[in-house]
Every structure is written in C-alpha cells, then in structure tokens.
Ligand binder design. Sequence first.
Ligand code: ATP
Ligand code: MG
Length: 249
Amino acid sequence: MNVAAIAETRTATKAAPFVSVRDIHAYYGQSYIVQGVSFEIEEGEIVALLGRNGAGKTSTLRTIARAVDPELKSGEIWLGGQPIHKCRDYQAATAGIQIVQEDRRIIPGLTVEENLQLAQISKPRGWPIERIYDHFPRLAERRHQEGVTLSGGEQQMLAVARALAREVKLLLLDEPYEGLAPVIVREIEGIVRQIKELGITTIIVEQNAIAALELADRALILDMGQIVFDGTAAAVLENEELRNEYLAI
Ligand SMILES: Nc1ncnc2c1ncn2[C@@H]1O[C@H](COP(=O)(O)OP(=O)(O)OP(=O)(O)O)[C@@H](O)[C@H]1O
Ligand SMILES: [Mg+2]
C-alpha cells in the first residue's frame, strides 16, 4: 500500500465512528416515541443519556438493542461497521449489544451461577465465569443462591455481570442505580469504571444525573423523543439553564 492509500484508509477509519445512530424513529403501536434521534459514539466512550421522565430514554435504548417494541420504522444503527438496524434483538446481542434493563430480569428458579451460565449458552461468549467472580466478589460468595433472592444491589450486579458473560461491544445500562443505597451505588459505579478501563463503550441512562455525569465522557439530553443537547459531561454541569430545564439538578 502506498502512502496516499494508507492516509486514505486512516481518514476512512476516522470518519466512521464506532457507534452511529442515524435519524431513528420508533413506535409503540401508533404511539410515535423516538422521533429522529441521531448521535455518534467513539469506541471506549461512556455516554450519559439523560432527560426528564417520559423523555424517551428507555425507548431509545430498547430501539438500539432492537427490542420488539418500540418498533424501529426508519433510520439506521451501526456498530463497528455492522448494520444493526437490520437485526432482530438476538442478532443485535450476538453483534455485541447487551442491554441491562431497569427491571434486571433475573431468571427465577436459577442460581446466580446458572443465570450466568445461561447467558453463556449463546455465542460469542464474553468473560469466563471465574473472571466475572473476580470483579464481582459478592456474586462469587452467593453463586449457589437463587438469583431472585439477592438484594436489589446484588441483582443489579448480576444483571451487569450477565451482560459481561456475553461478548459486549456496546453496553446499555438503564438506571443501574435505581432504588439502591449510596454505598451500593458506589460499588456499581466502581464496576462501571472497571468496564470503562477495559475499553467497553457504554450508554448509561440515569435519574441520578450528577452520578452519571461524573462517570461519563459525554452527555446526550433527550426531550420528547428528540436530542436537545450533545456535548461534554462538563458542559452540562456548567450549564445551569440546561440542568434546570431538563434535569432538575
Ligand atoms: N409499551 C409502551 N406503549 C406505549 N407507550 C409507551 C410504552 N412504553 C413507553 N411508552 C411511552 O413512551 C414515552 C417514553 O417512555 P420511556 O420509558 O422511553 O421514557 P424514559 O425517558 O425512559 O422515562 P423514565 O425516566 O420515566 O424512565 C412515554 O410517554 C411513555 O408513556
Ligand atoms: Mg426509562
């Protein structure tokens, strides 16, 4: 390859962001909820997706994960050059999009370890279970306990751990701190920091905007199904008007 060709390849690489969401529109039946959302994320970035109750944060995450509802009617979602908008939910998961939903979805009747093993039935696998236990010692101690009998914080850890048991390229966290005591929030934050250090790209939705902004490189603010701000986390913290209007902080 000559110099010009190498330069061109570099430009092409730089021009293609790791995650690209392009003008997505999604509906629950007739209800038009995600109304033309676009953004890009570089590999390894943590992005906080913020906004008032009902702004469309969960719907946006679910659309990206290609959940059955809301239904994506138009727009494109790209991950590392793969067209995710053409996928069903399980294909998006195989492509590396793992969503940790607000209700955690721990499977009843299964132990902690069985919940993790179940996640590893489908390939590509992520972390081996022993590695998960190294990062989540509380789960290691409770490996034989039924998952649904864990405390709220432990269930959240299991939900994140289960996402890591699959290959994760884009981790979507919907309100991981919800209902947790500050000490547990700090523990989950520590885990998200470790995930960041490993270079995993993350979108975090949180009502606790301050905590999310402290962790995030960038912030997106949604309002009525549209992006109203896309910038650095620091810019949100400095902008009182933005905070008052959309975040109540
Ligand atoms: N299954 C559904 N069917 C119809 N409308 C829905 C459904 N789920 C959510 N909506 C509507 O979509 C809009 C966006 O909801 P969404 O859950 O995405 O908001 P959110 O930003 O996550 O809010 P919150 O902060 O309260 O979690 C709301 O008006 C909600 O009522
Ligand atoms: Mg929500």
